[in-house]
Design a protein around this ligand. Structure first.
Ligand code: BGC
Length: 244
């Protein structure tokens, strides 16, 4: 089935129609800067403009950088705090005039990788970790998602892990890939000690530079780069809308 997937991030809102049977985009994605402040009203209006851009009349799946329970956003680390408690699914659905499924962005990215990418056919415990504006996590047990893990907020060196090792930190602080890779190594070893996953999939924007920093990794768990790269959130949001 074809579904419009939309991935809302701290810096950009991206969307494209997706063939959910093969996990492929059916058109170039449309990207719009995330409005600032990134209030629910402003973000919902931008997301709805993507629906109009594609003249989309089918189902829509939307990923957000928040814990989502029952269609309601419960946290907001990298978007405006008005998202906390906002009925995101309902607001999006009203603005788009069609049913919408809302879920966490890293959960969405993980769904895409499990179905079509680096986690295909993997049994056991698989942990998707996205390194972008923040750090997101998606935990899967035998292919089934345990939603809303927030492992970017584990504490490291007295701060949120995402303030220590997100992709944004490398960019903004102009860190070398070696130094940043060492931080990611430390973080992934921490995750290993807590969860003993069978596989860790590293995603997010910076996974494109995998060759530049993965040499720093020395983790007892197998770590592989995401295969859908930056499209994972879009594809996973679309997949979530048709898999209930
Ligand atoms: C948020 C998560 C999100 C991650 C990646 C974190 O700050 O708390 O919900 O998945 O950023 O966007």
């Amino acid at each position: 089935m074809n579904v419009l997937g939309i991935d809302i991030g701290g810096s950009g809102i991206k969307g494209a129609p997706v063939d959910t049977s093969i996990g492929a985009l059916l058109a170039d994605r449309r990207r719009i800067d995330t409005p600032q402040p990134s209030t629910p009203d402003a973000v919902v209006a931008t997301a709805a403009s993507i629906v109009r851009f594609f003249s989309w009349e089918g189902p829509v799946g939307v990923a957000v950088p928040s814990v989502v329970q029952g269609g309601i956003a419960k946290t907001a680390a990298n978007v405006d705090s008005q998202w906390i408690g906002a009925p995101g699914e309902e607001l999006l659905s009203a603005a788009m005039g069609r049913p919408v499924v809302l879920l966490n962005d890293a959960d969405a990215a993980g769904l895409a990788e499990i179905r079509f990418g680096a986690g295909r056919g993997e049994a056991g415990v698989v942990l998707m970790v996205t390194f972008g504006t923040g750090i997101g996590s998606g935990l899967f047990v035998d292919g089934k998602l345990v939603p809303n893990t927030e492992l970017g907020h584990l504490e490291m060196h007295g701060m949120d892990a995402e303030h220590y090792a997100a992709g944004r930190i490398q960019e903004e602080d102009g860190m070398s890939y070696d130094d940043w890779g060492d931080r990611v190594n430390e973080y992934l070893n921490y995750l290993h000690r807590l969860f003993w996953p069978d596989l860790i999939i590293a995603g997010g924007g910076i996974s494109k530079e995998w060759d530049a920093w993965s040499g720093r990794l020395s983790v007892p768990t197998r770590v592989v780069p995401a295969e859908l790269r930056n499209d994972a959130g879009i594809v996973g949001a679309a997949v979530a809308a048709v898999s209930g």
